[in-house]
Ligand binder design. Sequence first.
Ligand SMILES: Cc1cc2nc3c(=O)[nH]c(=O)nc-3n(C[C@H](O)[C@H](O)[C@H](O)COP(=O)(O)OP(=O)(O)OC[C@H]3O[C@@H](n4cnc5c(N)ncnc54)[C@H](O)[C@@H]3O)c2cc1C
Length: 487
Amino acid sequence: MQKFDCVIVGFGPVGALLSLFLSRLQLKVAIIDKNVDIYPLPRAIHFDQEVMRIFQMIGLNEKVSEISRVGTRGMHFVDDNYNTLMEREGSPEIGDQGWPKSWYFHQPDLEKVLRKEVKKNKNITPFLGYQVISVDQSSETVSIKGKGKKSQEVLRLIGSILIGCDGANSIVANYISNEHINYGFEEKYLVIDVKVDNRFKKIKKLPDYTVQKCSSKRPVTRCYISKKRRRWEIKILSTDVENEMKKEKQIWRFLSEWIDKKCAVIERAEIYTFKSKISKKWIKDRVIIAGDSAHLSPPFLGQGMCAGMRDVSSLSWRLKSILSGKFRLSPLLAYQNERLSHVSEFIQLAVDCGKIMSDPDIILKSNKKDKGELFDFPRPKLATQLNSECQLSGNLFPQFLEKGVRTDDKLGYRFVLICLKKIEPIFNEAKNKSIHTIVATGQIKDWISGFNKIALLVRPDKYILGSAINNKELSRLLKDFSHFESN
Ligand SMILES: Cc1cc2nc3c(=O)[nH]c(=O)nc-3n(C[C@H](O)[C@H](O)[C@H](O)COP(=O)(O)OP(=O)(O)OC[C@H]3O[C@@H](n4cnc5c(N)ncnc54)[C@H](O)[C@@H]3O)c2cc1C
């Protein structure tokens, strides 16, 4: 039986990205999926600046930007008469994460980029066409049993850690627990992707931003994915006959308000039940979950996959530390707790947006009466930090662009101590703890000085772990880091 450091169940975007992170950390990874091909139906089209920063952490930013476009005009919630109720602004400008704040893409294109990287990577062994049917573990190892979809051949793999990235109906999540926090939103939408011909006036007239038409009659979302592809999401009402809704004739009847068969072709259409829930437990000893297997969000903010990508950057350095014997298993609990509360804020906002879609009066009845109210994604502060009294700890460290170079490229995916000046004994102590040291220059120096700090300790996923205002605090920070490691 083959033995791996990490066994990942699910080769969707989250499992694929996780395998790349772990392989870059020199871990031996197996990744299993019941399907050989990429999921073909319409799903994610948007990710945010923090997610582009995560792609950058493993050197994929260029490849991902080649298949994506920057969202410059945002997302507009409007009423039946197209009055703007609220708006998330778009912008071509670079945000504090070092990238424009919104990106649009076609999920299969992104998955192709990820799979191509996986293929080049000797540390990753894919097993495609095997459905995992059981998960087991001992005090030292985990094991899975898979059944070949075509051949019925049995696959058995052993690893030190197993990560379930197996999506909405996860066998791994069920193995851990079947308890969920439910956010009370469950609605059906017909999602249609359309390929368009831009030479036609009707296509030219379509907006270059996302329109969320909030309506007590029938909510409809319209998205500008790329020049050649558009999306419509139409709420299924209790009076609708689902099978009828998916028929081409009916789809064209819906779309006829905007486009017709002369200027567009239906690429794919599916009815989804948008759910809003988070697993209460993400870990059982050596078995962990990430992505949709841990949390499901209605897609009104375009954040479901983004949350999974954040799981990956938060989990990978922890797994490396545990497997190299530096951390004990318990820091995984911090992964669960910090990710659960973070994703919960996004899901809560997505649920609120979903409710407004069907009942725009919610806005009018609330104190948000100003038309066109601006809103943005939440920025939850993480609880996992060293000196909690510091206003910076638990927040994302910004990224700057200096002379065409992004500052994260100097930091790398590792713990970094950034000091205003070199302090020999501190730098030596940091090195002993495998913390990379840097003397701050340019905008990083200005930013740290602006908070009257002399040093910052930044996690591999770019969250600030702690800071110091003087040498005494700096020594304490490093001492606390040892405690953090063994906790
Ligand atoms: C209409 C719609 C629009 C969306 N829009 C956005 C958006 O704009 N932005 C965004 O961030 N998110 C969006 N999402 C959410 C996003 O698509 C998902 O969050 C994302 O695909 C989850 O990735 P994953 O890798 O966790 O799971 P999946 O992509 O579901 O991958 C799970 C994999 O596990 C495999 N698997 C399952 N069970 C087993 C088993 N027993 N054995 C072996 N393999 C198994 C499956 O075959 C699959 O390949 C949208 C979703 C929908 C439905």
